[in-house]
Design a protein around this ligand. Structure first.
Ligand code: GAF
Length: 372
């Protein structure tokens, strides 16, 4: 399906340098939008229905605006959810339209192709129908679509980075009060290399939601004794150690990880500002160890990729990125070693798992925008 678009939107994926599984615990994260985007093409139509066509799925579906309900097909829900939440806040602002989606982002790979799609879709509808959505409307509506239509109880980091991303800047976001500032991504002489493991274990959504519940229940235990704390990421480590015997051991591990990762993120951010890239890299390795051993959201393939990076000259830091159970690792690689690393990691991973990984460099780009 091809349309002559009235509006074209570019909506980027995101990286997260450090601060994983921290957003829904009210801590600090350090994401950025990247130069890889999903493009969405929009035009109004005069038919009673809307048509969405995804070039990546190779399929289309129709939407009756009077009857927006959760679909059995997951990919429909990204669009249905966004329409539902726009209609809830700004009733009767959307009329029939056609939309074509073409994504250069690998799907299910930890670069948040889903937030890119939802935010890009909301932005396109806003431009097409002049709805007047604010940036925070787009961020929260995309997040709510994910919670209530797709079923992942995600935090707000991905949508925030997709909407507020800025070329060559990381975003230091405090997920407790949503205050943020831009931090120049001065990482030279290192480059950002992602390695897509090309595995996506189907535990991803269910275990993600379980982690969130474990943190919430751990926090309730903390608050029974210490009602003054309202944000898990900022609870002092000694408080968590005090309640160790009152919570299941897995819950204790999750709490410890969150508190340590939040501290690491702040330290990495200061090191970045000071130009101390070796410390930044070290924090990435520590973050991966926590994600793998305490938070248990890594997998054999990601652990292999990070171990390989650790032993590779010219790499100062690496870790899994995003929700986990597959997807990409993020690596800080000396610019002179990028090609050699990409070649060697491909060979080693293929020999180990019989799967071809996809290594690629990324640069930091702008957030969601109208390009025509
Ligand atoms: C996914 C979620 F969508 C984010 O909100 C975040 O929790 C991330 O996993 C882990 O840091 O991308």
């Amino acid at each position: 399906m091809n349309i002559k678009p009235e509006i074209t939107i570019a909506s980027p994926g995101r990286i997260n340098l450090i601060g994983e599984h921290i957003d829904y615990n009210g801590g600090h994260v350090l994401p950025a939008a990247i130069d890889l985007c999903v493009r969405l093409y929009f035009k109004k139509n005069n038919s009673p229905e809307c048509t969405i066509y995804s070039k990546n799925v190779g399929d289309r579906f129709k939407i009756d605006l009077k009857n927006i309900e959760i679909s059995e097909k997951e990919w429909h829900n990204y669009f249905l959810g966004v329409i539902h939440f726009i209609e809830q806040k700004y009733p009767n602002t959307i009329s029939s339209f056609d939309c074509v989606v073409d994504s250069a982002l690998p799907i299910g790979s930890g670069v948040s192709s889903s937030a890119a799609l939802e935010c890009g879709f909301a932005k396109g509808l806003d431009e097409l129908f002049d709805i007047g959505l604010s940036e925070m409307d787009i961020i929260t509506m995309a997040r709510d679509a994910e919670h209530h239509f797709v079923g992942t109880k995600c935090g707000i980091m991905d949508q925030f980075a997709v909407v507020r991303g800025k070329k060559d800047e990381l975003i230091r976001l405090d997920c407790n009060d949503l205050s943020f500032n831009y931090v120049p991504a001065q990482i030279a002489p290192y480059a950002l290399v992602l390695v897509n493991s090309n595995v996506s274990h189907n535990l991803a959504t269910s275990e993600y939601n379980v982690r969130r519940q474990e943190c919430e229940s751990g926090m309730q235990h903390i608050q029974k004794r210490y009602p003054q704390y309202n944000c898990l990421a900022e609870v002092p480590q000694k408080v968590v150690k005090e309640i160790e015997s009152t919570v299941p051991s897995k819950t204790f591990q999750r709490l410890l990880y969150v508190i340590q990762e939040n501290i690491r993120t702040k330290e990495a951010c200061s090191a970045l500002v000071d130009g101390d890239m070796i410390t930044v890299g070290q924090k990435l390795f520590e973050s991966h160890a926590g994600l793998s051993e305490l938070y248990e959201v890594s997998c054999t393939e990601l652990d292999f990729l990070v171990d390989f990076a650790k032993g590779f000259p010219g790499i100062i830091g690496a870790r899994m990125m995003g929700g986990g159970f597959g997807g990409c690792t993020i690596n800080l690689v000396h610019q002179s070693k990028v090609n050699e690393f990409m070649e060697k990691v491909t060979k080693a991973y293929q020999e180990q798992f019989g799967i071809q990984p996809t290594p690629f460099t990324v640069s930091i780009g702008d957030g969601v925008r109208r390009i025509s």
